[in-house]
Write a protein of this length. Structure first.
Lengths: 450, 188
């Protein structure tokens, strides 16, 4: 695991003045996603913008600049909208970005806000046709009388330009707020999930979608749980999983029925009665679910823990990792300042041997499933000079033995939360979103997965 | 009792958050509203349970309570009972229900007292001024005398099950503007 982690300087998302603590809300990063090769990294923010970073090809002449990520393209994906019928404003915040596997020279990604999903085509243009017969170099129509011979236009090289165009807009299918999108392994369909329903779309068809899960009760007063996240199985195009606010996971098979309200498998851990408190329901709500790359395991995140589940065992998780158990006695205060509602994401590494998730104070945690070792690291400007090695951090419980450099629970900054993290599909490169800053850490020593 | 004060505070905070979420950009968040409602319901249930236990055993919210100084295990309980006194709407409700509750186990005494009191009724009325007739009837058993060790233990059992809250409450800042609990419960 990354003992010697190299860091690239923090990639400033949009115009953050380093001398001021003030952060424009629109610049807060709301999602981070690598594409299938790891060459591209996309981030979405609260202002509806998407920024795509591209990894520089490794060059033998400058070994230290190998594999750094630079801005490739920026575009406005979603704009604020107004629903006139309900008198509600629809936020432009990008909730999720998912890349499509690459099938030709262009790249495609899906981005979604609360109500609308869009398919974007990202393509490069490095040649330009010149020598038109009817237009001159500036594009003005030529006087026909001056044309004495015909020529075939030729393609001439030009400065690289990255064009992003919207190819599909999938709208008006969700009454509630969309929390997840997931591309199917068949590369033809994808699903979008809101609080109560999951819809299946075909990537080429925008005017209709199929509802595959509907947990809305006949009487809304009987509502007891909502859908919090959903994902397709990485290999089996008929299987998907969705998590609920009650802490359960449901695996559904689309071959069984058109409406997958009845689950194939229900993953639920019985509640520990001794740990019962006012806030048990809130902290057991699953905020993220991810299939392992192998498809054999599920990773879930609730407020205090991360759990690995085996698809073959429904009764309890295979492994439970305490992310920040020292917060268990602080739930009351975290409820008052709203932090208890924070939704943390989680990630697998490429070989499914390490899991990662964020915490407060710009800390993020990594757990090695094999060695059972874990580490807490910090994403901050001070600790992330280029080529700096990240130092493991420790949080000591209030009143506990305190070592030098330890942070006590009471001095944690709860406004600095790492909700969104991503891991390169093949290498030990991670992307961490800390409010409006994106940090990319690379493990130079152990760049191969093991 | 600390638990019921805790539960009330949580309910009040939940209500505040629900109200403010109406004006939030992007519309009502169903997941968040559901979680707040669940917290409020469980706090309400615990509050009612704590109140019921407190009323079936404990004295009222009279400020001069000699037992408070003597019984060290009950200061929280006394506090909890005194806080409802600050909410006029609630006081009438708890006083009413406490009368009800007390009637059942002490019906026997009540009847006895009535028998004792009634014969001298007219004589008492003539002696009392009109204003005092509207005050709390004096045939109700004196609440100060109701403090018993048995009931103390009952209170402690309730507290230990919910010991989490006792720890929590020490971290809480001053409560937000209090909303009468009746309104809170009606809204559930």
């Amino acid at each position: 695991m990354g003992e010697d982690t190299d860091s690239t300087p923090a990639l400033n998302h949009h115009g953050f003045l380093p001398d001021h603590n003030y952060v424009t809300e629109a610049d807060i990063i709301s999602t981070v996603e690598f594409n299938h090769t790891g060459e591209l990294l996309a981030t979405g923010d609260k202002g509806g913008r998407v920024v795509i970073f591209q990894r520089e090809p490794e060059s033998k002449t400058e070994p230290f600049s190998q594999g750094e990520y630079n801005v490739y393209s920026t575009f406005q994906s979603h704009e604020p909208e107004f629903d006139y019928l309900k008198s509600l404003e629809i936020e432009e915040k990008i909730n999720k970005i998912r890349w499509l596997p690459q099938q030709n020279a262009a790249h495609f990604l899906l981005s979604t806000n609360d109500k609308t999903i869009k398919l974007w085509k990202v393509s490069e243009r490095d040649k330009r046709p010149e020598g038109y017969n009817l237009k001159d170099e500036e594009g003005r129509i030529k006087d026909i009388s001056t044309v004495t011979s015909l020529q075939v236009p030729v393609l001439k090289p030009m400065d690289l330009m990255v064009e992003v165009t919207p190819r599909r807009v999938f709208a008006n299918a969700h009454t509630y707020h969309i929390n997840s999108i997931s591309v199917n392994s068949d590369y033809e369909t994808y699903m979008s999930a809101d609080d109560l329903r999951i819809n299946l779309w075909h990537l080429d068809i925008t005017d209709r979608s199929f509802n595959i899960v509907d947990i809305k009760p006949a009487n809304m007063e009987d509502l007891t749980e909502v859908i919090t996240a959903a994902e397709f199985h990485p290999h089996h195009c008929n299987l998907f999983v969705y998590s609920s606010s009650k802490g359960t996971l449901r695996l559904c098979d689309m071959r069984e029925a058109a409406l997958c309200d009845k689950h194939s498998k229900l993953f639920e851990e019985p509640e520990d009665p001794s740990a019962r408190s006012f806030f048990s329901e809130i902290i057991s709500s699953v905020s993220d679910v991810k299939f392992s790359h192998s498809g054999r395991y599920l990773l879930t995140r609730d407020y205090l823990t991360a759990k690995v589940w085996d698809l073959n065992m429904e009764s309890k998780p295979l492994e439970t990792y305490q992310v920040h158990d020292y917060l268990r006695s602080k739930l009351c205060s975290l409820y008052e300042n709203d932090c208890i509602f924070d939704k943390f994401e989680c990630a697998w590494n490429g070989s499914d041997s390490v899991i990662m998730t964020g915490a407060y104070n710009n800390f993020f945690r990594m757990f090695d499933r094999n060695t059972k070792r874990d580490v807490t690291l910090e994403a901050s400007r001070e600790s992330s000079k280029p080529r700096a090695v990240l130092k493991p951090r420790r949080v000591c419980a209030a009143g506990g033995k305190r070592r030098k450099d330890d942070i006590s629970v009471d001095s944690l900054d709860f406004t600095k939360k790492i909700l969104h993290t991503a891991w390169h599909p093949n290498e030990n490169i991670i992307a961490i979103a800390a409010t409006n800053n994106l940090y990319i850490f690379q493990d130079k020593l152990n760049s191969e997965m093991h | 009792m600390e638990v019921s004060a805790e539960a009330k505070r949580i309910m009040v905070v939940a209500l505040g958050k629900l109200y403010s979420s109406r004006t939030q950009r992007g519309g009502l968040r169903l997941h968040r509203s559901l979680l707040l409602t669940l917290v409020m319901k469980s706090a309400r249930d615990i509050y009612h349970a704590a109140q019921a236990t407190a009323q079936s055993a404990a004295p009222t919210c009279e400020p001069q309570h000699p037992a408070v100084n003597v019984i060290t295990t009950r200061p929280a309980a006394a506090q909890g009972l005194q806080s409802p006194a600050s909410h006029p709407a609630e006081e009438s409700r708890t006083a009413g229900s406490s009368t009800e509750l007390r009637c059942a186990p002490h019906a026997h005494d009540h009847a006895e007292n009535k028998e004792n009191v009634c014969p001298s009724g007219p004589a008492q009325h003539s002696r009392k001024r009109r204003g005092k007739a509207a005050a709390e009837p004096d045939f109700l058993p004196c609440k100060k005398a109701k403090l018993e060790q048995v009931n103390c233990h009952q209170q402690l059992i309730v507290s230990s099950v919910l010991s989490d809250y006792v720890k929590c409450s020490s971290e809480l800042r001053t409560a937000p503007t209090p909303i009468p609990v009746q309104t809170a419960i009606a809204a559930c």
